[in-house]
Design a protein around this ligand. Sequence first.
Ligand code: BEZ
Length: 304
Amino acid sequence: MEFRHLRYFIAVAEEKNFTRAAERLHMAQPPLSRQIQQLEEFLGVELIQKGTRPVSLTEAGVFFLAHARQLLDQFQELKTMTQRIGKLERALSVGFVASTLYGLLPDIIRRYRERHPEVEVTLHEMTTVEQLKALKEGRIDVGFGRLMSEEPSIRRILLREERMVVAMFPGHRLASEEGSLRLVELVGEPLLVYPKAPRPSFADQVLAVFTTAGLVPEFVSEVRELQIAMGLVAAGQGIAIVPESVQGMHHRNVVYRKLEDKHAFSPIFFSVRNMDRTQELEDMLAAVYSIYDDLAIPHIKEQL
Ligand code: BEZ
């Protein structure tokens, strides 16, 4: 059995169809079918139920699929890490969700650059889901995101829980008062959530806050990204629930009120590849904690 058999089997299992799997693998269908047959002969068990359309897996096939995926992830990680360690120049590629750019990300990156001018830092805006893929493929080395994921090849460190606030246009009826708003007051308001895709996303985190409180927002519009949501808020098209740090955006036509709900918090995670314990990452984590200490932001300190 060779690595290519794992890739072929995963493609067939995911596409549930030999023709589509062959297209995805850029090969013809008959050799793909032969390779799967070879794999079953080698293992001495059937992985695919005979004569089923769409393709369905046997119990052994389901087991094999889960472990084949893990092996391929490990293989990819081994390749990425070896290339990273073998590189002479020091570099750190950072993925971040847009909201962090209006909060502490610039301070953290500046602190890191001051302390480590020899490291070439590059920044890439992407959703948390995109960060996981980019980490696995070696396109970034660390991701600052907001969603929890159970991806076994990725290690996450929870940095802190950030409060959510309500953004609205200054002429909005809820903007005339100060102080906190309760979630129940927002149920009948047009609510803008982002990003629309890929899911799950911050949009689901916001909707979950309502669900957990036993509430259903009546008018929800999904928009592509944070900047669009804030532009529409400024235009009076609706309200948005955003992390507190977005207030750093200082939009002329947007005001914010605190949201009073014990679940209205959004976590910020530091995500890295499981095996990655390089100095650059330790130093980046130290830069985050040093900014938190300077600003007296409560947080949990974890080791890489
Ligand atoms: C924060 O706001 O806590 C944060 C932002 C970007 C990177 C790390 C932490």
